[in-house]
Structures are given as C-alpha cells and as structure tokens.
Design a protein around this ligand. Structure first.
Ligand code: SAM
Length: 228
C-alpha cells in the first residue's frame, strides 16, 4: 500500500512549527543569529512563526509560484484526503504528540492557515519557488538547511540521482549543516538510498541522531550532515 491517497502528487500539506523543533532537535534560543532555509516546505508554519518571532527563515518549494488561494485550497484538499486515508490505519502511528486523528487534522489545518496568511503577505521575501536540485542561492548563504518529508520517504517516486543531487545542493548553500527527517518509509524500513547517500558523500561529517518525536512508527531519527 504505497499510496492510499486519491490525489495527484506532489502532496502539498503543512506541519506545525512545534513539530519542526522536535523533528530536528532544535531549540529556539539556539536559532537567534542564524539564517535557516526550509526546503520543500509546503504549507508548513515554521517560516511564518519563526519570522514573526524575529528569526531569519526562508522557505523553498516547487509550488511557490502559485497564488495563495490556490495553495490554501490544495492544502485543505490534501490534508482532508490524508486524514481519510489515515483513519483506518490509526494503529500504525504513535499518538503522543497528537491525541487522535481529530487533533492531528486540527493542527495540520491550523499550520496550513498560518502558512496561508504569511504567504499572502510575504510571498516575495520569504517563499521562493525552486527545485531542490537547483537552488537559487549563492554558496554558503545559510547556516542551517532543513528538509522535511521529501527525501527518503518518497523514494518510490524520486530516484537516487534526485536524492544525491538535492543533498549536494543543500550542502552547497549551507555554511554549516543540513538536517533531514524522516529516514524511513512505510513499515519502519529505512530507504535503501540512505546507505548509498552516506557512502557517496565525502568530506562531510554524517550522524544519524535520535529525535524526541515519533508519529510514523520508527520515524524517530534524523540525518545531520556537517561541512568539515
Ligand atoms: C509532503 S510535502 C512536505 C511539506 C513539508 N516539508 C512538511 O513536512 O510538512 C512535500 C513538498 O515537497 C515539494 N516538492 C516536491 N518536489 C520538489 C522539488 N523537486 N523541489 C522542491 N520542492 C518539491 C512539494 O510541492 C511539497 O510541498
């Protein structure tokens, strides 16, 4: 059951900023003086929240040339479809961050709404349309680059070349670190691309770290890549 969804990809949904801090082992107070890039950010509320609090975050997504009303509708349709697909599979998930499907849906739609309001006002400054393999930034433009729910989890749609080229591109535009979450797909299995990526990256320090978040069972690790 690779894709129980009856919607066309790419899936455009959003996660909340609180989840982001957990996915990536981040503490707000550590982020004050750094530039962050969120790659394939979708309708997440991380950029909106962080910039509202005075941090410096830019989001990139292949769909950020679209109008805010189109993306808001897409996010709602995709979130609802996803919730319908998840309901019969409740037992496949860990219900600690979210109480239940109703709470999950509420939080996802709330992230989507925060994204919509910020995108409507700040699309030109903070939301940049780009393909992950060709980011429109100079080398070392950011201190931290995040990539959430695109690499490894969609390895049935995105091939190995896309994975390695995207990761090299994210490493090019960061001066310090890239963090990627999650590392598994369905059935708690690590993507076979993970080892290939690790074997093919040189002069980069790579760690697989536990995170204090698990919704998809077994998805409690992120990859930390540090430029040496
Ligand atoms: C499942 S969503 C994840 C959104 C967000 N990162 C999160 O975890 O909530 C995947 C996102 O990747 C974007 N995307 C797909 N292919 C891309 C590419 N080649 N370059 C940049 N973004 C891409 C989609 O538009 C979508 O917003």
């Amino acid at each position: 059951m690779e894709n129980p969804l009856k919607i066309e990809g790419p899936i455009f949904i959003g996660r909340g900023w609180k989840e982001y801090l957990k996915f990536f082992n981040l503490e707000e107070h550590e982020l004050q003086i750094i530039n962050i890039l969120d790659c394939a950010a979708g309708a997440s509320s991380f950029t909106a929240y962080m910039n509202m609090k005075g941090f410096n975050v830019t989001a990139v997504d292949i769909l950020y040339d679209q109008k805010c009303s189109f993306l808001f509708l897409k996010c709602k349709v995709h979130t609802n479809a996803l919730m319908d697909a998840l309901t019969p599979m409740e037992g496949h998930f860990v219900w600690s961050f979210f109480q239940d499907i109703t709470d999950l849906k509420k939080q996802r739609l709330s992230a989507c709404e925060d994204f919509y309001k910020d995108y409507r006002e700040n699309q030109c400054q903070n939301y940049i349309k780009a393909d992950l393999t060709n980011l429109p930034f100079k080398d070392n433009s950011f201190n931290l680059v995040l990539c959430l729910h695109l690499l490894f989890i969609y390895d049935h749609r995105l091939d190995y070349d896309f994975h390695i080229n995207s990761i090299k591109e994210m490493l090019r535009v960061t001066s310090d670190e890239v963090r990627i979450y999650p590392l598994i797909k369905h059935h708690n299995k690590k993507s076979p691309f993970l080892k290939r990526v690790i074997d093919n990256l040189h002069h980069i320090e790579i760690e697989i770290l536990k995170v204090d978040y698990e919704f998809r069972k077994g998805a409690d690790e992120m990859m930390l890549l540090k430029k040496i």
